[in-house]
Ligand binder design. Structure first.
Ligand SMILES: Nc1ncnc2c1ncn2[C@@H]1O[C@H](COP(=O)(O)OP(=O)(O)O)[C@@H](O)[C@H]1O
Ligand SMILES: [Mg+2]
Length: 260
């Protein structure tokens, strides 16, 4: 959080860079191990996941982020959620951010649904008692009462998504981050989530929504950012940016590899 900036801007990225060291799989044979030993560079390479990304999200806006797999969308959300700081650049986040709703993120497979909900809340600064007070509403929204005492490793991906979305929205954040998770929920649950996101919008909350479902992006976003290989390629009205994205996909063809 940075002092001196207007309250009306909830999120601001200025020339943000993110560098990762990407590991290559360890050699499986003695011969290739020796070859790799002599060329350690081959065991990892540097990847610029974000290359000078700038944007701002005013209070009350729902920003969509679209782009191919590996373009850097989740990296942006993780920086907003303070999971890690960027390699370079300036980031400002004003307000209470939801836990990042990404599949299984922050959840512990050996703990039950109930235990995970309480733990997730405690990690966000709520007391155990406050979280116990929210449990029924969370389990009810997720439709997961039957599985409250089941360890998460026995949940389906859709069930994990339900629990994640329910926790993130019931704690009533100022800024809600949603990363691709709706796609694994059934249509009934997706509709329920979109309704809840729209009710958040009406309450003037700020959201960042990452999705490959362009219909959903159109339904909830005020503005959309198209990310490509770590750079902002387009930014603006949903229909225009989605058209630009489809043109990009056509240009690249269906067999295009992830990143250049
Ligand atoms: N923790 C990490 N370590 C190394 N590389 C990473 C890590 N997280 C993401 N990356 C790389 O950064 C790039 C962008 O990833 P990501 O932001 O997850 O893309 P998207 O969400 O748009 O599919 C990818 O090439 C990915 O391999
Ligand atoms: Mg992602």
């Amino acid at each position: 959080m940075t002092a001196g900036s207007p309250d009306s801007v909830k999120i601001r990225f200025e020339n943000v860079w993110q560098r990762f060291h990407v590991v290559r799989k360890r050699a499986r044979t003695l011969h290739s191990a020796l070859v790799h030993l002599s060329a350690r560079r081959l065991m990892q390479f540097e990847l610029e996941a974000l290359k000078g990304v700038s944007f701002a999200v005013p209070a009350g806006e729902t920003l969509g982020i679209i782009g191919r797999n590996g373009s850097g969308k989740s990296t942006i959300l993780k920086i907003i959620a303070r999971i890690f700081p960027p390699s370079a650049g300036r980031v400002e986040v004003n307000g209470h951010v939801s836990p990042l709703i990404e599949l299984g993120a922050g959840f512990h497979p050996e703990l039950t649904g109930r235990e995970n909900v309480v733990l997730a809340g405690v990690l966000l600064g709520f007391t155990r008692r406050q979280m116990e007070g929210k449990l029924d509403a969370i389990l009810a929204f997720a439709g997961m009462q039957e599985f409250a005492d089941t360890p998460l490793r026995q949940y389906s991906t859709g069930m994990l998504a339900r629990l994640g979305f329910a926790v993130a929205t019931e704690i009533d954040p100022d800024i809600l981050l949603v990363d691709e998770v709706l796609a694994v929920g059934d249509e009934g649950f997706q509709r329920k989530c979109l309704e809840r996101m729209n009710s958040f919008r009406r309450q003037g909350k700020t959201m960042v929504f990452v999705s490959h479902e362009m219909g959903q992006v159109r339904a909830v976003c005020d503005r959309v950012l198209l990310l490509h290989d770590g750079e902002v390629l387009a930014e603006g009205k949903p229909d225009e940016v989605i058209a630009r994205y489809h043109a990009l996909l056509r240009e690249m063809g269906p067999g295009a590899p992830v990143r250049k």
